[in-house]
Design a protein around this ligand. Structure first.
Ligand SMILES: Cc1cc2nc3c(=O)[nH]c(=O)nc-3n(C[C@H](O)[C@H](O)[C@H](O)COP(=O)(O)O)c2cc1C
Length: 185
């Protein structure tokens, strides 16, 4: 029996499709730059420490963006809005070899602030610029733990883009007052 690449991948990722897709994740663009080269990849991020403020991103080690993070020790996380769904679709593909993904797919660039190197995506809900403090290989990904060194947010935007059940979904309405439990985030 011949097993097509698609069938083999389907079986390999069956548990991810069935179980991991049930966890809603914010859709983010992870960006990095090194030695005049830059790229970005659709992914997600979660916070892993409050003080110091740290987030983690998980990337396939073969991704161009992951290699740039390895070289520069920095990355940015651009948290997307519903209106930026086309950016998520674009950055989820590899750019033609040797091409700048931002230029190739028309992804609008937000230049880094002083002291940071990674570009980010303009018009995002929020951007965190991070310095890598830990690199942890796990399973088929590498975790890059980043300490937040700069950030910006657009408080007028609430429609964060989520990934859930292999679809995109947008965040809707506030359902409480700000931090009623006192938790810092
Ligand atoms: C919704 C979505 C979420 C993704 N999440 C991740 C992720 O967390 N880690 C990862 O390595 N790739 C993730 N990808 C795939 C990468 O974005 C994709 O492999 C990309 O082409 C990598 O680009 P690069 O090689 O230029 O870095 C995701 C793609 C989509 C569409």
């Amino acid at each position: 029996m011949t097993i097509s690449a698609e069938t083999a991948n389907g079986e390999r990722f069956a548990l991810a499709r069935a179980a991991l897709s049930q966890v809603p994740h914010p859709v983010a663009i992870i960006s990095a730059a090194a030695d005049g080269d830059r790229s970005c990849a659709t992914g997600t991020a979660m916070y892993v420490s409050l003080a110091p403020a740290q987030v983690v991103v998980a990337l396939f080690p073969g991704s161009h963006t992951a290699k740039l993070i390895e070289r520069s020790g920095e990355f940015s996380v651009s948290v997307l809005t519903r209106a930026q769904q086309p950016v998520a679709a674009a950055a989820g593909r590899s750019a033609p070899s040797g091409q700048d993904k931002f230029a190739a797919f028309g992804i609008p660039v937000l230049e880094p602030p002083a002291g940071a190197a990674a570009p980010a995506v303009a018009d995002s809900l929020a951007v965190l610029w991070c310095r890598v403090v830990q690199r942890i290989p796990t399973g088929d990904h590498v975790l890059h733990v980043g300490e937040v060194v700069a950030h910006r947010a657009d408080a007028t935007k609430v429609d964060a883009l989520l990934r859930f059940r292999r679809r995109y979904l947008r965040v809707g309405d506030w359902t409480s007052d700000e931090s009623p439990e006192g938790y810092p985030v």
